[in-house]
Design a protein around this ligand. Structure first.
Ligand SMILES: [Zn+2]
Length: 480
């Protein structure tokens, strides 16, 4: 009896200590009020805003689709005419249809590299657009069209920032380079990759590289009230694999026990039933820790104590496709082919699976897992085409990150700023050898439903945000 009481007392004591640790760590979180207040420096007159919006509208009217060289050439001529000071001052080089600009500050400090891409994805269903995708129409406070968000909004805002600083007789704090690729949507191998190789050959090392990727999103995305500015500090890798099963060809009236299609289907379902392990990689862990102070109390306790609650959090994140993609390598079967006639057994069947590699995974570890999981009757081989390992993870402790996040915190939405893992790809991956601080963020606030407009129908940009984007980039060039 006495032993039992003592054991119970000991258990209670342990529980009390655990509670104190949990609550203590929760209380140690920074207060939710500590939003930065660095003001965005540049402001514009109504007339200037109207002129900027008109230039962006014209930019949208150039259908810079891959395989349309004339559209890129006309777009370049338009840029030269729209930004005369920039083109008189900055040195411009071309790499195919990609554009690389250098703004010499005359000072000897690590330069900044701003990225954007000129190319846009094709329009698959023009009938579902409210406004013609390449008309650049302005209605109800929005500029409508393909490329407004992805990514000519940024490209034009960066040039507007340069032009407006030059018009005021200002120069950047340190050198600024601008790299505008022409094939981001198809992997960036002809544009970003070549510009990055050239910059590397010049021995350049950048204080910061900034590309598209994160944005300001409604807080509900992360279960809180304040909007959240997500800065991508890493991006997932990309690899497509062909699965192939062989089987005896012949008449479908006497099928063997194993058929090519049946084996392929079994292979795919085995992979889906045992997905790649889920983990909180550093970007996702940092994101949760960063937004913890703004969470309701129970969640704050959980996020402040990931050492204990990690399995619980992973379970919750795994329950939705959007967040599941943050914690593991995902697999998406995207193509399937076998058979030519309803009564003939095909001798082989093939499927293509697109994997997005999470940090920590590699092509090699994925292939090992495929070999171990697939039945012997199904082979896996890497498909020709675009491939990328997961990117390096950039620091959230650097001066560059602090500068960028402070600036993001001053956006009109007054967002909480947090790092995150970009689940899509960007040109930024090509530049990781050029800087320890490669970030992915576009200074624009979106509603959740706007995300479907990327690569989808009715892409648009709220024009009230456009001058804010311009002043954001201008402030970034003068923030040191
Ligand atoms: Zn893009």
């Amino acid at each position: 009896m006495r032993v039992l009481t003592r054991a119970l007392a000991f258990a209670l004591l342990l529980l009390l200590i655990l509670l104190m640790v949990l609550v203590g760590r929760t209380l140690m979180l920074p207060s939710a009020q500590s939003v930065s207040t660095t003001p965005l420096a540049v402001t514009f007159t109504q007339q200037q805003v109207a002129a900027m919006s008109a230039r962006l509208s014209t930019a949208i009217q150039h259908p810079t689709l891959t395989g349309e060289p004339a559209a890129f050439e006309r777009f370049h001529a338009f840029l030269q005419q729209a930004f005369p000071l920039s083109h008189a001052t900055l040195r411009r080089q071309t790499f195919g249809h990609s554009l690389l600009y250098h703004w010499d500050s005359g000072k000897n400090c690590a330069p900044t590299l701003l990225l954007a891409h000129q190319d846009v994805v094709p329009v698959s269903s023009p009938q579902s657009w409210q406004h013609a995708p390449f008309a650049g129409e302005i209605e109800a406070g929005y500029l409508w069209g393909r490329g407004t968000m992805d990514d000519k909004g940024s490209l034009m805002a960066i040039l507007e920032a340069v032009e407006s600083l030059l018009a005021q007789g200002l120069s950047p704090d340190c050198d600024v380079w601008l790299a505008f690729g022409h094939d981001e949507e198809t992997g960036g191998t002809q544009g970003a990759a070549r510009m990055a190789a050239w910059l590397l050959s010049q021995g350049l090392h950048f204080d910061m590289v900034l590309d598209e990727g994160g944005m300001v999103l409604p807080g509900e995305t992360l279960g809180m009230e304040s909007p959240v500015a997500l800065i991508g500090i890493a991006e997932k890798g990309y690899i497509s694999v062909t699965l192939r099963a062989e089987g005896g060809a012949g008449h479908s009236s006497r099928p063997p026990e194993q058929t090519a299609i049946g084996e392929l289907a079994r292979g795919i379902s085995l992979l889906q039933d045992s997905p790649r392990a889920a983990t909180l990689s550093p970007p996702t862990r940092l994101m949760l820790e960063q937004v913890a102070p703004w969470q309701p109390w129970a969640k704050r306790l959980v996020f402040a104590n990931l050492w204990l609650f990690e399995p619980l959090v992973i379970g919750e994140l795994a329950s939705k496709p959007d967040t599941n993609a943050l914690i593991r390598t995902t697999m998406a079967p995207t193509m399937l082919s076998a058979g030519v006639k309803d009564n003939v057994l095909p001798s082989s069947a093939e499927a293509v699976i697109n994997f997005r590699l999470a940090p920590g995974d590699t092509q090699e570890s994925l292939l090992r897992w495929l070999k171990a999981t697939l039945p012997a009757s199904v082979s896996a081989s890497i498909r020709d085409g675009f491939f990328a390992e997961p990117s390096a993870i950039s620091s959230t402790e650097s001066a560059a990150y602090r500068r960028l996040s402070a600036l993001a915190g001053t956006l009109p939405a007054k967002p909480v700023v947090a790092p995150f893992l970009l689940i899509a790809g960007s040109d930024a991956r090509h530049y990781q050898a050029l800087s320890d601080n490669v970030y992915r963020f576009m200074p624009v606030a979106l509603e959740r439903e706007d995300l479907a407009r990327f690569h989808g129908a009715n892409e648009r940009l709220e024009l009230a945000q456009y001058p804010v984007m311009v002043s954001f980039y201008a402030a970034l060039m003068r923030a040191r």
